[in-house]
Design a protein around this ligand. Structure first.
Ligand code: AMP
Ligand code: MG
Length: 423
């Protein structure tokens, strides 16, 4: 989908050079500045628009509400009539969908339900709880204010007003706003084409029986699930064995994709060929980020046009790097500007251990303690193979690059998993 081959990447490569680990922001910015926003758009029905990114501003074509209507069940009256007599004659009923808007004469009322149109010269609603009704008349002692319980045309949305700006991820309320306008379709950016595969001689698919030394491939489906939750479609490219020629064959598939993602094979062991294969088939952007989990992370651009991410093999590392780098990059192609997720401060229930040098995303469980104070407890073992830490956690505990842990009772930064579109 990229519509231009951004040659800037030449200025950002570091192949064949020893590389200091980039900070998370440096690494993310290095990628994001290379990602072109697609010019491909498509029109989708509102039913299929949730999470899609608007390609244009959307404007109102009518006022909402479109007509004066009642916010309560009751009686529409002229407020001035309360000053002369508190007895009203009910001359008609106006129901939602069955309007009665004839002018009221002195002492007349129209029975109204919520959402029903009211007579043009009605300027107050007496709620039904405050009337003494007797056949087709009622009396009331209610204190009624002019325009109380009346919804005026355009007080939610005014005609021609901007409803949603371009580059917005459509939420349920946005779709409702469009539907209320009678709009049926919306123009959105085309989705990126993303291929996902795993690397590793030890990996086995779920249909196979594990042999000695083998493990089931969990990263591929986890990464695909993260992406799916973030609104990204993926193609499953299976498992690639640990050799450079197979890897390069996978990289040739970059002609069919905007992004190719793999996990595993990015450290410095003898079975780790991803970096070399990428250097052969494209340009390496970076391969070390000062974060934990997820230090080895290969990123670059293939000569055939696709962006490539070689995520670490350890399950937590591949998830965290996918969330921090891959999803922002894919979304950038669809016009989404990266926004740092909101962090909160919480009291650490226990001491947190950390070596200075890398930013850490430890996994935590945050809750309000008995005094209502936001408190976070660690999920325990923080090693990057401990995938259960991600299932137990509801937040990351974010520990800055140069700090060495946190004391019990100290305030620490947390980011709720709910802040990420993928989690
Ligand atoms: P690697 O970076 O390839 O050395 O992998 C690091 C660790 O992650 C090893 O313990 C691998 O077995 C494990 N690993 C690699 N790929 C996967 C995968 N797709 N699913 C589960 N574990 C994996
Ligand atoms: Mg491996």
């Amino acid at each position: 989908m990229p519509d231009n081959n951004n040659k800037d990447s030449n200025n950002n490569t570091c192949a064949d050079q020893p590389q200091a680990a980039l900070t998370i922001d440096e690494a993310r910015n290095a990628i994001l500045r290379l990602i072109p926003v697609t010019t491909k758009t498509e029109t989708v029905s509102l039913a299929n628009a949730i999470g899609r990114i608007t390609a244009t501003d959307c404007h109102a074509v009518r006022n909402i509400p479109p007509f004066r209507n009642s916010a309560m069940d009751g009686y529409a009256i002229r407020e001035q009539d309360l000053k002369t007599d508190r007895r009203f004659k009910i001359i008609a009923t106006s129901l939602a969908g069955h309007p009665h808007t004839n002018h009221l004469s002195e002492g007349e009322a129209v029975r109204v339900t919520t959402g029903a149109a009211i007579p043009d010269n009605a300027d107050a609603i007496v709620i039904q709880e405050l009337v003494n009704k007797d056949a087709d008349t009622f009396t009331t002692n209610a204190v009624v204010k002019t325009n109380q319980y009346i919804r005026n045309p355009g007080d939610d949305i005014a005609d021609k007003q901007q409803l949603i700006s371009a580059n917005s991820a459509l939420k349920a309320a946005d779709i409702g706003l469009l539907a209320a306008q009678g709009i049926e379709q919306v123009e959105v950016f085309a989705k990126a084409r993303v291929g996902v595969f795993s690397t590793g001689d030890e990996l086995c698919d779920s249909q196979q029986t594990l042999k000695s030394g083998q493990i089931y491939d969990s990263n591929r489906i986890t990464i695909q699930s993260l992406l799916k939750k973030a609104g990204v479609d993926t193609v499953d490219l299976g498992i690639c064995r640990d050799n450079r020629s197979d890897l390069q064959r996978m990289m040739e598939l970059g002609t069919e994709f905007d992004f190719l993602l793999s996990s595993g094979g990015v450290s410095v062991g003898e079975a780790d060929h991803v970096k070399d294969a990428l250097e052969n088939s494209g340009e390496l952007l970076f391969w070390k980020v000062a974060m934990k989990p997820g230090k080895p992370l290969v990123s670059g651009k293939l000569h055939n046009g696709a962006f490539y991410f070689g995520l670490p093999g350890n399950p937590v590392s591949s998830m965290v790097t996918c969330i921090q780098f891959v999803i922002p990059a894919i979304q950038a192609m669809s016009g989404v500007k990266f926004q740092t997720p909101i962090s909160l401060q919480a009291k650490s229930l226990s001491e947190l251990k950390k070596e200075p040098g890398r930013f850490e995303f430890q996994r935590g469980k945050v809750y309000n303690d008995e005094n209502g104070e936001l408190t976070v407890s660690t999920t325990g073992l923080q090693d990057s193979h401990v995938l259960s830490s991600m299932t137990q956690a509801n937040c990351f505990i974010c520990l800055d690059q140069f700090v060495s842990g946190a004391k019990q009772g100290e305030q620490v930064s947390i980011i709720l998993f709910d802040s990420y579109p993928a989690l």
